[in-house]
Design a protein around this ligand. Structure first.
Ligand SMILES: [Zn+2]
Length: 171
């Protein structure tokens, strides 16, 4: 893994709560303006016009900012991630997953965590514009909104940023 100015940096609030991910360029800006301090480097140095500066992995805001607890934003990718990329009808992992509306849209099915699941193209096609019951199909599990823990919210970054693990645990 090589790092550059657009690599992700974990931003902690003044109380160490993980609140955001920004890029290296923004993080270095915040440090330079003394709005944040470096918590963890571990990524070597970035060459700038003047001197090499430490390439941050985690920074902490100098002043506590008030904000609502982060939540997982509903998106196709996040529905796939919640479902572990498995078709919720046949439990296979399709190379190209699709989104299925459990209650079809034309029946008033909403665009919500509770009504969207990952489906393989085959199951999606088979179900068509019907409910699972009408199509004689069964969901592996009831779809729900994913947990709002920092561990989950920032989970997709952890594979390439293992050092974040200790900082997102417990929030
Ligand atoms: Zn399937």
């Amino acid at each position: 893994m090589t790092f550059n100015l657009s690599s992700p940096v974990l931003v902690l609030n003044a109380n160490f709560e993980p609140i955001h991910v920004c890029n290296v360029r923004r993080a270095i800006g915040l440090i330079t303006e003394e709005k944040a301090t470096l918590v963890l480097n571990g990524r070597g140095y970035i060459r700038t016009v003047r001197t090499p500066v430490p390439c941050p992995s985690i920074i902490r805001l100098s002043k506590m900012i008030r904000r609502p607890h982060p939540i997982v934003k509903l998106s196709k990718q996040e529905v796939f991630r919640r479902d572990n990329y498995l078709c919720q009808y046949c439990s296979q992992r399709p190379p190209r997953p699709t989104i299925d509306h459990v209650i079809p849209r034309h029946m008033g099915g909403a665009h919500t965590w509770e009504n969207l699941v990952t489906a393989c193209p085959y199951c999606n096609h088979r179900k068509g514009g019907r409910t699972a019951e009408q199509a004689g199909m069964r969901l592996m599990k009831t779809p729900v909104r994913p947990p709002a823990s920092a561990r989950y919210i920032f989970g997709r970054y952890l594979q390439h940023n293992e050092e974040w693990e200790a900082f997102v645990a417990g929030w």
